[in-house]
Design a protein around this ligand. Structure first.
Ligand code: SAM
Length: 377
């Protein structure tokens, strides 16, 4: 098996003694983590992607190409109270940035209630959401009022017919209406995500960038990744970072790299600036992985914690939570697990000679946790 295996946490009572190699995290008298928790490669735990549902209202062929899936058991889905409690524990060990994702996060009923709850937590410096935008027009005002800081909207094409072929659903006009509603609601710093695929939408790189500029958003071009649900992935379809940058230069002129601030240093996107000041980003997880600075982990909607998008297994936090574990007991699972983290999933994939889709469709049928839409992209 080529995937990285996440080792599960050891003795939960022992975390107060786990100071030392691979981490400068220690435990204060109040049972709170002090100092910054780091993994074996010195990477801090700062970003948490919170998948609030595994359901989606699109069927993008690079993510959820099947019509039907094995869904997470409804009774296993964490309630808002449980999500909020876990987030609080994550914040207490270093997480400062939360991104709501899925599946499609706006399918989760009353999401603004969860947002309001999270927005109240003093330790969270950045509270963002990634959405396909289909339901954004209806919810943008409520999300803004609830305290959501930023939205990222997936938009792979400007052509409604192409959108339908790619997502196998209608609704391109609703995504555009959602973007407009987000702007009117007062969201700033909006990003647009496009997965660039050869022969599918690679002729729209310039047009997407111009469109993003026209609505005051920042474009992010994402290399097609061979993650979970991408069962139809082939190397030939990947449009590399170098090709994306060459296309931008051809259509919009020269660009220059933006030196990341300390704050942005762990962000997946490399950012660039055109001569007119327009900025954009490229996420080159396939040809130039950023595992060495990856500070993100993922919590599925049923409470399984993954340390890498490619990890074969994760740590179940729902069971201890529902058995009544205290915050200290939950921290006692998180801390040693992060300290032992040595995942470099995307770099390991890069080293493979015969790289094909990372999961056959049959394997995904047996374990929904392997899916991208379960882990959150
Ligand atoms: N439903 C939301 C959306 O569409 O943005 C959030 C979940 S989606 C899984 C999160 C992100 O993962 C999207 O930006 C999507 O483009 C990206 N994604 C999904 N499959 C991908 C793949 N095979 N390669 C690269 N990015 C992918």
């Amino acid at each position: 098996m080529h995937l990285t295996r996440l080792r599960l946490a050891g003795d939960p009572r022992g975390w107060g003694r786990l100071i030392g190699r691979g981490s400068d995290c220690s435990v204060g008298d109040n049972g709170k983590a002090m100092g910054e928790l780091r993994d074996t490669l010195g990477r801090p735990l700062r970003n948490l992607r919170l998948s609030v549902t595994d359901r989606c209202n699109l069927r993008c062929n690079y993510c959820m190409p099947e019509e039907e899936y094995v869904w997470l058991a409804r009774e296993h889905l964490l309630t808002f109270e449980e999500l909020s409690r876990l987030v609080e524990v994550f914040v207490s060990v270093g997480v400062t940035r939360i991104r709501l994702t899925g599946g499609e996060p706006l399918l989760r009923r009353d999401l603004d209630v969860l947002v309001a709850e999270l927005a109240r937590k003093p330790g969270i410096r950045d509270l963002a959401m990634t959405t396909n935008g289909l339901l954004l027009a209806e919810q943008a005002d409520a999300l803004k009022r609830a305290g959501l800081h930023r939205v990222t909207v997936s938009l792979d094409t400007l052509d409604p017919r192409r959108f339908e072929r790619l997502t196998r659903r209608e609704g391109h006009d609703r995504v555009l209406a959602g973007l407009e509603a987000a702007r009117r609601a007062g969201f700033r710093g909006t990003k647009l995500d496009a997965v660039v695929m050869r022969g599918v939408n690679d002729d729209e790189i310039g047009a997407l960038l111009r469109f993003a500029r026209s609505i005051g958003a920042e474009m992010r071009f994402i290399e097609y990744m061979d993650v979970g649900g991408a069962t139809r992935w082939t190397r030939e379809q990947v449009v590399s970072r170098a090709e994306i940058l060459a296309a931008v230069e051809r259509e919009l002129g020269p660009w220059s790299p933006i030196v990341p601030s300390e704050e942005e240093g762990s962000a997946p996107a490399e950012r660039f600036r055109l001569a007119d000041g327009t900025t954009f980003g490229v996420i080159a997880s396939t040809t130039a992985p950023f595992c060495g600075r990856c500070d993100r982990s993922r919590l599925t909607a049923d409470g399984v914690w993954y340390l890498c998008l490619y990890a074969a297994s994760g740590l179940d936090l729902r069971s201890p939570l529902r058995r009544g574990a205290s915050d200290d007991e939950l921290r006692a699972r998180l801390v040693p697990t992060w300290r032992r983290r040595d995942d470099r999933g995307a770099e390991e994939r890069l080293a493979l000679h015969d790289r094909t889709a990372s999961q056959p469709a049959a394997a995904l049928k047996g374990d929904p946790h392997l899916e991208m839409h379960t882990r959150g992209g």
